[in-house]
Every structure is written in C-alpha cells, then in structure tokens.
Design a protein around this ligand. Structure first.
Ligand code: SAM
Ligand code: SF4
Length: 334
C-alpha cells in the first residue's frame, strides 16, 4: 500500500497490514497429497462463515485499511454463493485488488463471471503437466479441466494470472523446467512454493520432502536468463525474477529457506472465522463469535485492532521435532 494511505492495522513490530486472505470453505474437489489427508472431516456448514458474514468482514477490514483481499480455501469456486460474494467484494469502496487462488477445476465455466465481478488477479495451482501424475498428486483432479480453466483465465483478460507449483522430491521434481516453459508459452507467471509442514501429510508412510527454492532457482538459471526484480516491482513474500525477453515472472516462495516475516503485511481468516495472525502459528481470535454475538461494527473493529498485539514476529517451520501447527492448509487457505 502506498505510504500516504493510512491503515489502522499496525502490529507490535510496526508492520502495516494491508492484505487479507479470506478462506471461504474448507471443502475441495481435489485431495492434494501435501494439503489434505485422503479422508477428511470437513466443518459442518453451520460453522463456516455465511456469505453475508464474509462480506461484512471484508467491508470492516477495508474500512480499517486493507487494500487487497485474496479469496482462497479449500476450493473457493465450489462454495455455494461464491459469485454473490465476488459481486459484493467487487463493489467494495477502498479495495484496490481482488484476487483469487483456485485449483482451476471450475474456471472454464466461471472465468468470465469472475472477471465481470471485478476479480483482478488469479493464482492457479498446477503441480504437473502429466495427466497420470496430476491425478496421483491431487488424488481425484482432472488435468484437462484445469488446462481449460487456465486458457479461459487468459482469454478473460485478468490483470495477472500466475501458476502456483509445489515441488516435492520424488513426486514432481523433474517438472520444474517444463512447468516454467509452459508459463512462458502461455504468457503468464509462475511461482514455486516450498512445501510447508501443515498437518500430518505423507505418501506410503514417508513424509514428503520439500525442495529448497535455491535449488530450483539454480536449475532454472541453467535454462533461462532470470533477471531479479526489485521489491517495488513485486509484492508479497515471493522473490521474483523476470525471464529475459518475456513478460513472464518466476517467483520463489520460501517459508523454509528465506524467512519473509519481516515484511509481513497480511492476516488470514479461516473458513470458520478465526482471524489468524500467522500461517505458521496458532495465535487467533474468534471473529465468528463476534459476528454472531450481535457486536457492532465499531466493537468488531476495535477488537481486530487490539488483536494485532498478539501477531507473532515470525514463523518457524524447521524444527521437525516440535511441529508448530496441526491444521491442514485447506482449513487455513494457503
Ligand atoms: N484450492 C485452491 C488451490 O489449490 O489453489 C486454493 C487453496 S490451496 C490451500 C492454496 C495454495 O496452497 C495452493 O497453491 C497449494 O498448492 C498450496 N498448498 C497447499 N498445501 C500446502 C503445503 N503443505 N505447503 C505449501 N503449499 C501448500
Ligand atoms: Fe484442494 Fe487446493 Fe488443497 Fe489441493 S491445494 S486439496 S486443490 S485446497
């Protein structure tokens, strides 16, 4: 957010919060190995924030100084009423960027409506270009549907379309270059995300191993000329590079190897309405309780402002003997 735009959301480490990630469901039409267990217990619907509650929450946060909202999940596009939500968010005063993270399965049908509602930016998860492997990773996903979704997103003219890939040793390590080439051919961006140990996820009894961003960057630098971008050209925790001679950016999101907490400008709200201070820690407040207790806008805003004093300075993911977090990513919203 430009410095001349005041925010009332300032934490105990003088970090200004301008970005909210809002999870609208914990349910999903995929079961990605690193995100969910094969059989999952989802929240009863009554515990998930309603569309009205989500819209009220988004309005209160924009009034407090949030300028960017990303809708995530679970899979947001399978949430009933999600288009009403996007329409409402698209007309919120004070919001500069409305973004979505999706697995792409529903995008071929919904891309146009999302663009018309005012969605600016879409991240689409894609971990493999091989149909059989895609099925193994997602357990039930259909690669063709996602590829159609990506093409539709490109046709609809979103300001920014980016692929998100989680690379795991022994699973899709060999697709780093093909995925980047694919993004380049499509004229879109790509980011590689280091796997975060959220929940007990393993395949065949073995924990999945993340690959460091530095290793991926080195591998890509052998194939492409990567030009580092400055912090003002990029946003968020990704370290971004431009592929020389193209519009395509390659980002590395490195919760393990390059801690990005010092620049943290974000808060998250889980599907059941917990305001989470940090992806890697459990500090939170029960926003749903406030919303359902008949609190006024001012009361809720005051509680949010005060709650920032418990935002931790940083996450720690590299102490495997002491797992920090026991929730799955679908409950938090990535
Ligand atoms: N369903 C949507 C999707 O897949 O894009 C949105 C929610 S998903 C939880 C958001 C992002 O989190 C995806 O890009 C996914 O790859 C990533 N993700 C899920 N589990 C992860 C983990 N354990 N470590 C790192 N990234 C993870
Ligand atoms: Fe669903 Fe996204 Fe999690 Fe995959 S990463 S299971 S698509 S929520």
């Amino acid at each position: 957010m430009p410095p001349d735009r005041p925010t009332q959301l300032i934490d105990g480490f003088d970090r200004r919060i301008s970005y909210l990630r809002l999870s609208v469901t914990d349910r999903c039409d995929f079961r990605c190995q690193y995100c969910m267990a094969e059989t999952m217990q989802f929240l009863p619907r009554s515990e998930v924030l309603t569309i009205e509650e989500l819209l009220r929450t988004a309005r209160l946060f924009t009034e407090l100084g949030v300028r960017k909202i990303r809708i995530t999940g679970g899979e947001p596009l399978i949430r009933r009423g999600v288009h009403e939500l996007f329409e409402g968010l698209g007309s919120l005063t004070g919001l500069d960027t409305l973004a979505l993270t999706t697995n792409g399965s529903q995008l071929a049908d919904t891309g146009r409506a999302l663009r018309d509602a005012g969605v600016d930016s879409i991240n689409i998860s894609l971990d493999s270009l091989q149909a059989a492997r895609f099925k193994t990773i997602t357990r039930i996903g259909d690669l063709d549907a996602v590829l159609r979704g990506i093409d539709r997103a490109i046709e609809c003219g979103f300001e920014r379309v980016r692929l998100n890939a989680v690379i795991l040793d022994g699973l899709n390590r060999d697709e780093v270059v093909p995925l980047t080439r694919f993004a380049l051919e499509k004229g879109i961006h790509i980011a590689f995300i280091e796997e975060m140990p959220l929940g007990q996820v393993n395949v065949g009894g073995k924990p999945l191993a993340y690959v460091s961003s530095d290793a991926l960057q080195k591998e890509l630098a052998e194939q492409f000329s990567l030009v580092p971008m400055t912090a003002t050209e990029t946003s968020g925790p990704a370290r971004d590079f431009l592929i020389a001679g193209s519009q395509t950016q390659v980002g590395f999101i490195s919760p393990h190897s390059h801690n990005f907490c010092a620049q943290c400008n974000r808060l998250r709200i889980s599907a059941e309405g917990r305001l989470l201070m940090c992806l890697g820690n459990e500090e939170s407040i029960d926003l749903r309780g406030l919303l359902r207790a008949g609190s006024t806008d001012e009361e809720i805003k005051t509680t949010i402002i005060e709650s920032l004093s418990i935002k931790p300075e940083r996450h720690v993911f590299d102490q495997p003997e002491e797992p920090q977090i026991v929730r799955f990513m679908n409950a938090t919203g990535g």
